[in-house]
Design a protein around this ligand. Structure first.
Ligand SMILES: Nc1ncnc2c1ncn2[C@@H]1O[C@H](COP(=O)(O)OP(=O)(O)OP(=O)(O)O)[C@@H](O)[C@H]1O
Length: 271
């Protein structure tokens, strides 16, 4: 079995203006400081994975980047501007937030409508999105007639409908069985951080799993215990294309990175 070494990794050059800039951000709920103070730049095209123990502020950070929350202190900028909820980023939550009485296609249509895609263009956009997540044959099914994994794919299609190159995913695969999770991870990895239309897509992905973080990320940030602060900022020097998934997961370098992330999470949780 071949292994992978740091010098085989892609060169993720820093763009002049980062897609996301967090400057001295702190967020407080009542008397709970959930995040920060924390500063972080995320360049275009990066697949950033946020890892950390429960309650360390990962979801809050994602909500700040999406514009669903305004920081108590400091500044959040996406492409140089304050984030606008609903249009700055496509967002996928832990539980898919779909309309169960609508069809799969109808749920995607709603996102396209919200994203301002003209009515005449929607059928084609809907088909393209559903084909991307492998659900084109289920467009007419109601949400309650499809599996949890398929529902999560609809949520991803909806997020991809937002005409932005920023995708925020909050533990999207946590509730899925291992097989479905691996399939969706493969889809996501293949569609980001590589080449073609998605080359510039920036992704922020929240997970508890060190394994998932190493498999998906081009960079991993481990957050310490509340209030969330960065305890490890790790570039992932694994190849993004042309490699068999099993070979990648079985590589010594993969295991070393996974151990490093797992150790940082445990240590942060214990202090
Ligand atoms: N709306 C809220 N009101 C008050 N406190 C909140 C609110 N949302 C989150 N918190 C608190 O802020 C802290 C960070 O929460 P957050 O959900 O961001 O953490 P997390 O790392 O995403 O957790 P998990 O991994 O369990 O999903 C926690 O102490 C949480 O209880």
């Amino acid at each position: 079995m071949r292994d992978f070494h740091p010098d085989e990794g892609e060169d993720h050059a820093q763009a002049a203006q980062p897609r996301i800039r967090l400057s001295d951000v702190r967020h407080v709920y009542g008397d709970v400081t959930a995040v920060g103070p924390l500063s972080l730049d995320v360049p275009d095209g990066e697949f950033l994975v946020l890892v950390g123990a429960s309650g360390c502020g990962k979801s809050t950070l994602l909500r700040l980047i999406a514009g669903f929350e305004t920081p108590t202190h400091g500044e959040v900028r996406v492409a140089g501007a304050p984030p606008v909820p609903g249009s700055t980023a496509g967002v996928v939550f832990q539980q898919p937030r779909l309309l169960p009485w609508r069809t799969v296609g109808g749920n995607v249509d709603l996102a396209l409508d919200y994203a301002g895609v003209p009515r005449a263009q929607r059928p084609q956009s809907r088909e393209e999105l559903l084909t991307r997540v492998g659900l084109d044959r289920l467009a007419d099914r109601r949400i309650w007639q499809i599996s949890g994994g398929q529902q999560q794919r609809v949520a991803i299609a909806r997020a991809l409908a937002v005409p932005t190159s920023l995708l925020l995913l909050d533990e999207p695969f946590a509730a899925l069985d291992a097989l479905t999770r691996e399939r969706l991870q493969d889809d996501l990895r293949a569609g980001t951080g590589t080449s073609g239309d998605d080359a510039a897509r920036t992704t922020v992905f929240v997970t508890h799993s060190a394994d998932e973080a190493v498999y998906l990320g081009t960079r991993i940030v481990v957050l310490g215990r509340q209030p969330g602060r960065i305890v490890l900022d790790l570039p992932v020097d694994l190849p993004r294309s042309g490699v068999d998934a099993d070979d990648l997961r079985g590589a010594a370098r993969f295991a070393a990175l996974r151990a490093q992330v797992g150790h940082a999470v445990k240590e942060a949780a214990a202090t």
